[in-house]
Design a binder for this molecule. Structure first.
Ligand code: AMP
Ligand code: GLY
Length: 422
């Protein structure tokens, strides 16, 4: 079978890498791909937002299945367009993807179906928002309603920070229209957990748990990023707790979406805070996480192409999704300046010195005549696998040490939170 993967980040490299191990897959294309996907797939220079060109390519090339990585094309309706053209595609419709595209849409759905989440209010009026924030006091969380590349959330520890965030989002419009509406949320305390699940309608096949590190610097300091590293599975989260999340959050959410008339097919990403009162939803995303995918997919034993196909055909319930027993740690190597303006075009060295039990997923890279160069804020995700989490961490950092580019930085403490629990 011929597969087209849409996107060009670390997540898409991990999807392509896993699909390349499937006996069902003969050829993989990646649009637009990156320097890493170029090695195991054929990159196609079509941007993710060019729906007409993607449909035309899929038809002409006889693509049997398309898989969408990022949220933007999902929200823009790529699944709807492919489906209308009779092309098989894995991912939610534009309407179902609203659970990620609009925080207020997701929050209202959770409220109606009693899915545990932080208390909140939604505002489009700046003075009303300001009055509410002053009345609630800090700590408090301010979120731009729309998409802001994982950067539209401010966890304000003081009232001044909260007021500044409101001002920037609603008055200065630093996120453009995404900040015209804000959600002001109760600040939850506890440990964070990500649970990805393959979903088709009411059928939910949970993946293994993972934990992201969103802050730019060690010790969870600095600005929020798209994610600086991950590990899986999360050893201090019991099977009982995970079952509770699946039964009280993920399955009810899938069921709610069927009932509301926009059933979800794809990967449902549940971001959770494990509070003293139990697990509560921080956010839903309509896709694989990045970099969560770089630790989750390497531990998947089942055939990923088979799972995607089953979800598209509505037969996910018949599939047994199996996981290996080991652990994986992914360390993101970012470019100087990230998550603000960052440098580009630096040559990356050491990519061809493989470190045993590790894999380097490319995110912001580009293949040029001079070699692979940096081309984004998060440049690479180096994943190590091992029977234990401690060894997986060592392996990942050995992999990082083998790679050099000007201005490279990474967090040194990925997975430490979990290792302290052990
Ligand atoms: P989000 O983009 O909604 O995932 O938020 C980004 C990050 O902000 C999360 O990973 C959390 O670390 C933090 N965050 C979001 N909502 C809350 C909340 N209600 N309480 C505490 N922290 C939060
Ligand atoms: N790593 C966070 C996300 O993919 O949304």
């Amino acid at each position: 079978m011929k597969v087209l993967v849409i996107g060009g980040g670390g997540r898409e490299h991990a999807i392509v890498w896993k699909l390349s191990q499937s006996s069902k897959v003969d050829k993989i294309y990646c649009a637009p791909g990156n320097g890493g996907t170029a090695e195991i797939a054929q990159n196609v220079p079509i941007p993710v937002h060019d729906q007409a060109a993607l449909v035309q390519f899929a038809k002409e090339e006889g693509i049997d299945m398309t898989v969408v990585g990022p949220e933007d094309p999902l929200l823009a309706g790529i699944v709807d367009v492919f489906t209308k053209s009779g092309l098989a595609i894995f991912g939610p419709t534009s309407q179902a993807a609203q659970i990620e595209g609009s925080k207020s849409f997701a929050k209202d759905l959770m409220k109606r179906y009693n899915i545990p989440t932080a208390a909140y209010e939604t505002f489009t009026d700046y003075s009303a928002a300001l009055a509410y924030v002053r009345q609630q006091g800090a700590p408090i969380v301010i979120k731009a309603d729309g998409l802001a590349a994982g950067k539209g959330v401010v966890v304000a520890e003081t009232l001044e920070e909260a007021e500044l965030a409101l001002m920037q989002m609603m008055q200065d419009e630093i996120f453009g229209q995404a900040g015209a509406r804000v959600v002001v949320e109760e600040c939850l305390r506890g440990e964070e957990l990500t649970l990805l699940a393959f979903v088709d309608g009411e059928t939910v096949k949970p993946m293994i748990t993972s934990q992201d590190h969103k802050a730019a610097y060690d010790g969870d300091k600095g600005p929020n990023t798209g994610g600086m590293g991950t590990y899986a599975p999360v050893p201090h989260m019991s099977t009982m707790l995970v079952d509770q999340v699946v039964e009280t959050i993920v399955k009810p959410m899938a069921k709610a979406m069927v009932k509301e008339g926009y059933p979800f097919t794809g990967v449902l990403y549940t971001g959770l805070m494990i509070t003293a009162e139990g697990p509560k939803v921080i956010e839903f995303n309509a896709r694989f996480g990045d970099p969560e995918t770089q630790v989750v997919l390497p531990l998947l034993q089942s055939d990923l192409a088979e799972i995607f196909l089953a979800a598209i055909n509505g037969t996910l319930a018949d599939i047994d999704v199996k996981w290996s027993d080991g652990s994986a740690v992914c360390v993101v190597m970012a470019a100087e300046g990230y998550p603000a303006g960052y440098r580009k075009g630096d040559l990356i060295e050491g990519l061809n010195t493989p470190v045993a039990d590790s894999v380097v997923f490319h995110a912001g890279t580009k293949l040029t005549d001079a070699g692979v160069v940096t081309n984004g804020g998060r440049v690479l995700g180096v994943t190590g696998f091992a029977p234990t989490l401690a060894e997986a961490k060592q392996t990942a950092y050995r992999g990082v040490e083998a790679i050099r580019f000007n201005g490279a930085f990474c967090r040194k403490d990925i997975a430490d939170k979990a290792l302290r629990h052990m």
